[in-house]
Design a protein around this ligand. Structure first.
Ligand SMILES: [Zn+2]
Length: 410
């Protein structure tokens, strides 16, 4: 394949040759005709590594369905975590389409917008059993030629509060889940030792990475992060543990505490996935990156029973990341795009190059995978501000979507 007249990371117009799914040559644009290759017309668009979504709940969305009022909380009484969990549990089965249709739709939309690599949550609990996991696995299968999806068995309703959850998680790992999840070991299960025993026990037994959803803030969240780092060190799981949200790294802890936690994460190569929240959950992503911590971005749930936000477009979420970080200089805006693309990839695959400074723009050199997206814009910053629809998505050297529409697979 030849991608003609595209600007890698917004640089000079180039022709990019792809061989066997990898970038094999990059040369200044020329008008010379290409022979015996598929040509993708860059039309002076910007070429970026495709998005790698490090935190998406494919089984929690109502994309394409009628909009539904939020029922978990009110204007004066926002829902607690428990109320959000219960509201989802009470309503998800009543949706207009099957769970498998919804997971497939959401993944298709996210691919068409520029994503080719995903770490998806799949809720496993005493109520849904493996039903939602099976739907996420079905979506992965449906789009297997367009995207690489790793699936997490995620105990959204806790591990210890209802009977049978550890056994269900085990069954999930035997049924195709690639990652074991955890959630607020102190805040929800109120027993971090037993919670982490189950999570890390399964990780060791099935040799899978760990990803812990951590809403805990302040001292409690810092304590949990220390416990997770201890377990990571004890099991030699460096590079195979992720903290999602990790609000304790935001402003609920003082600067020195956050600095000590970042050092712990760097020492154990524990990565961080954020969904770009506002308020005290805004993470010091630049500080994390510069300490060597892998940072990725995710879409989270989308227009679901938890919240009306989210549209399967990681470019939109990248705008939100830049906005909530308060970034204005181009270098920092582009850095957010690096986090959403190669940053997320390094969370999912720790052997991939990581973003180590705000100036780092890996992912588009010879030998890199031809997992790419073309976006319109005068510069990378402009592309993020305008978020145009004239996008072309390439996975392993094959065009999988154009102008926000999927192409036939295979
Ligand atoms: Zn989440």
């Amino acid at each position: 394949m030849l991608i003609r007249d595209a600007r890698p990371w917004g640089g000079d117009p180039s022709d990019i040759t792809v061989t066997d799914g990898l970038i094999s040559a990059i040369a200044p644009s020329s008008s010379a005709g290409a022979r015996n290759v598929d040509v993708v017309e860059g039309r002076d668009r910007i070429l970026l590594p495709s998005f790698s979504d490090a935190h998406i709940h494919l089984d929690s969305n109502r994309l394409g369905l009628p909009f539904r009022p939020h029922t978990a909380g009110t204007a004066d009484a926002p829902a607690s975590l428990r109320q959000l969990i219960d509201n989802d549990r009470a309503n998800w089965r009543a949706a207009e389409t099957s769970m498998a249709e919804r997971t497939g739709t959401a993944l298709g939309l996210a691919i068409a917008r520029g994503g080719t690599r995903f770490r998806s949550y799949a809720q496993v609990d005493a109520d849904c059993g493996l039903e939602r996991l099976e739907a996420v696995l079905a979506a992965k299968q449906q789009h297997r030629d367009r995207a690489e999806v790793t699936v997490m068995a995620f105990p959204q309703a806790g591990i210890l509060l209802e009977p049978g959850v550890p056994a269900l998680l085990k069954q999930a790992l035997r049924s195709g889940a690639d990652v074991i999840g955890g959630l607020d070991p102190c805040g929800l299960d109120r027993d971090p030792v037993r919670h982490l025993d189950v999570v890390f026990g399964l990780a060791e037994k099935y040799q899978v990475p760990v990803d812990i959803h951590l809403h805990e803030r302040g001292t409690l969240g810092a304590f949990t992060i220390e416990l997770i780092a201890e377990r990571t060190a004890a099991l030699g799981m460096q590079g195979r543990v992720t903290l999602s949200h990790a609000f304790a790294l935001g402003t609920s802890n003082d600067d020195a505490t956050v600095g000590a936690l970042i050092e712990l994460l760097a020492a154990q190569d524990i990565s961080v996935a954020t969904v770009a929240p506002s308020g005290s959950g805004v993470l010091p992503i630049r500080r994390l990156t510069e300490a060597g911590v892998r940072v990725g971005l995710g879409q989270d749930g989308m227009r679901d029973y938890w919240s009306p936000y989210g549209n399967a477009d990681l470019l939109d979420r990248t705008w939100q990341l830049a906005f909530t970080q308060g970034f204005r200089p181009d270098e920092l805006i582009e850095y957010c795009v690096a986090v959403a693309t190669v940053g997320g990839r390094s969370v999912i695959d720790p052997s991939a190059p990581r973003v180590t400074s705000i100036a780092d723009r890996p992912g588009l050199t010879i030998g890199d995978p031809a997992d790419l997206v073309l976006v319109p814009g005068d510069s990378v910053t402009a592309a993020l501000m305008d978020r145009g629809t004239d996008r072309t998505v390439i996975r392993a050297g094959t065009v999988v979507a154009d102008r926000l529409e999927l192409l036939p697979a295979g």
